[in-house]
Ligand binder design. Structure first.
Ligand SMILES: NC(=O)c1ccc[n+]([C@@H]2O[C@H](COP(=O)([O-])OP(=O)(O)OC[C@H]3O[C@@H](n4cnc5c(N)ncnc54)[C@H](O)[C@@H]3O)[C@@H](O)[C@H]2O)c1
Length: 351
């Protein structure tokens, strides 16, 4: 059975969605939509998609479309996702699912009322380094995970465009990059309920547009606004006593680095930058390095796996497993971190 797909918002990351759908014989790309009609047409031509429109309602009211990928700026995610669910479409929504808790609650409600599937684009869960870690974890190799630590530091990596405008993005590196690694750790920790956070944000450097001779990820449309944080750091406490420490930046006097680590009572794992498992055997510390194609985060394979998985969800072979409920817990954590940073004190997560 083929799933008829439309991609809404066809800027930078949508290209990965389009490539991955195109590779899967059980997907049929039937439409793209973008407020930038030229971009919509260009992507439709490039990927051989029959329809290009700048009107989202044309996609939602089309009975010939089963499912949508939503790849627009963050503040539109929840609005478009809810409209798509209520129009009878299954939804793959890019991260973050929403920019606040109220929107996330509305999406939980909408999935319950419609029975449609919503999957969040947590691509890092689908890269081989994470899949292998999860398999070992499920087999009990690490025991209970009680601590995790995750970092994505960019020295000069503000993507510009809408990413810098808090009204459109909902925040800076925390909501853009932090969301990936918070989710990955939280998922591997068994998704315990977050109970409190202590966070801080800093913005002394700005977007660092003065930096020359350095290529960086750029949003499709340029704007000059930058009112998001440069750097965010936080500790999240969970109901089972576990803690997650996270820090992330667009701008920081530091070397670029990515690191994701989980620590359990039987073993630990460094998932990024390179998969390595650490344990003890017979009174000896032991490192286990799986022999897989890519020990780091393989973006292309992760995307292809994510899209293949979403298509299985659309065919009802498996249930959605990066759900609106997961997006709601994430919204609670991110909102509390920003609140804690503003207040300068720990914030208890109400539920
Ligand atoms: N999973 C990942 O690794 C990853 C990486 C980058 C971005 N993202 C996410 O993907 C989303 C898009 O990011 P991007 O970098 O592609 O941004 P982008 O600016 O390159 O693309 C966004 C597109 O949405 C279009 N758009 C804006 N408003 C619209 C509307 N009302 N209706 C239709 N189209 C509209 C824009 O014209 C643009 O083409 C963001 O939510 C971002 O967080 C995810």
């Amino acid at each position: 059975m083929t799933t008829r797909i439309a991609v809404i918002g066809v800027g930078s990351i949508a290209t990965q969605h389009l490539i991955s759908y195109q590779k899967n014989p059980q997907a049929e790309l039937v439409a793209v939509c973008d407020i930038d009609q030229t971009r919509a047409k260009a992507q439709a031509d490039k990927f051989g998609v029959p329809k290009a429109t700048d009107v989202v309602d044309e996609i939602l009211s089309d009975p010939g479309i089963d499912a949508v990928s939503i790849c627009v700026p963050n503040f539109l995610h929840a609005k478009f996702a809810e409209a798509a669910l209520r129009a009878g479409k299954d939804v793959l929504v890019e991260k973050p699912m929403s920019v606040n808790v109220a929107e996330a609650e509305a999406l939980v409600q909408a999935t319950k009322e419609t029975g449609q599937a919503l999957q969040i684009g947590y691509v890092r869960r689908f890269a081989p380094n994470a899949l292998v870690t999860k398999r070992f974890l499920d087999e009990g190799e690490f025991g209970d995970i009680y601590a995790a630590r995750a970092t994505i530091i960019r020295a000069a990596g503000n993507p510009g465009g809408w990413f810098g405008d808090v009204a459109v993005s909902g925040g800076g590196p925390l909501i853009d990059l932090g969301v990936h690694i918070i989710d990955l750790c939280w998922y591997l920790m068994g998704m315990p309920a977050p109970v409190s956070v202590s966070g801080a944000t800093f913005s002394p450097l700005g977007a660092r547009d003065n930096i020359k001779h350095l290529t960086r990820y750029r949003a499709a449309s340029e704007t000059r606004v930058n009112n998001v944080e440069d750097y965010a750091t936080a500790q999240i406490r969970f109901e089972n006593g576990a803690v997650l420490d996270v820090d992330t930046s667009y701008s920081l006097h530091a070397r670029n680095s990515t690191s994701v680590k989980i620590h359990g009572d039987k073993g630990g794992a460094e998932i990024e930058p390179e998969l390595l498992m650490i344990t003890e055997r017979h009174d000896t510390l032991v490192h286990i390095q799986p022999q897989i194609d890519s020990l780091g985060f393989d973006f292309t394979v992760g995307f292809a796996n994510q899209i293949d998985h979403f298509l299985q969800i659309c065919r009802r072979e498996i249930p959605a497993d990066a759900t609106a409920e997961h997006g709601l817990e994430m919204a609670r954590m991110l909102t509390a971190i920003y609140e804690s940073a503003r207040n300068g004190s720990e914030v208890t997560i109400a539920r």
